[in-house]
Design a protein around this ligand. Sequence first.
Ligand code: NAD
Length: 252
Amino acid sequence: TQRPRVALVTGTGSGIGEAVMRHFCEQGLQVLAVDFQVEARQAAEHAGAAFFQADLTDGEACRAAVQDAVQRFGHLDILVNNAGIQHVSPIETFAEDKWRHIIDLMLTAPFLLTQAAWPHMRAAGWGRIVNIASVHAQVASPGKAAYVSAKHGMIGLTKTAALEGGSQGITANALCPAYVKTPLVDNQIADQARMHDMQEQQVIEQIMLKNAAVKRLIDPDEVASLVGYLASDAAGAVTGASWNIDLGWTAQ
Ligand code: NAD
């Protein structure tokens, strides 16, 4: 029988990362959950995943996380780059430290984790890299300069990894979701409601779903099941692609 696949998932403390971690655990994979919040340990252990605490803006911590997965499980087959944050400000007043923080976490960390995971995937002749980008990897919104730049960059990283991995059994794909019902979005809904003096439901309908053909928020489990497919044997011919899961936002 084949050994269980080993997956490293970042940003598992809530939202999409937590859903991906649970999905993989339910499928019988061995999972290393990586997050900088101590509280994320409990969710990981509850799902049956191992936990590694790391602030991924630190390059050494990225390498240590991959090392921990390999030492613990003996392999690393799947890398899901998910950890991310948002900061909203016009370019004119966008703080340099916020810009650097977002680029470090959402572009440099995925690069360093990919780099550290690569020799293990190459040696096994099999690897799956799944990058959680965003609809903001395809289109922009005002006030989100760092986020939009990091996510567009992540598509470039994904395509390059796909080309380099093609002859080595390693695939790389990106997912581009519109608004997913997670704590990150709940906070934005509350902020916008306060800012525009609107009901939360109005914020969802009139702001967040303005460009959506399907008028509802996305469930984290819907994203997790697409990650599950892209990380599977069945998806071996799929690489360098950006998977929109955006309620039809970019169809217009
Ligand atoms: P979330 O806030 O629910 O979870 C993000 C996780 O990342 C948290 O557990 C947090 O502790 C962790 N994290 C933050 N900074 C970290 C750091 N420095 N080191 C390690 N871990 C850190 O967010 P979410 O909505 O689930 O988003 C996950 C990913 O999906 C992000 O990359 C986000 O950009 C992307 N995304 C989200 C949406 C959405 O609508 N929620 C849409 C498109 C893309």
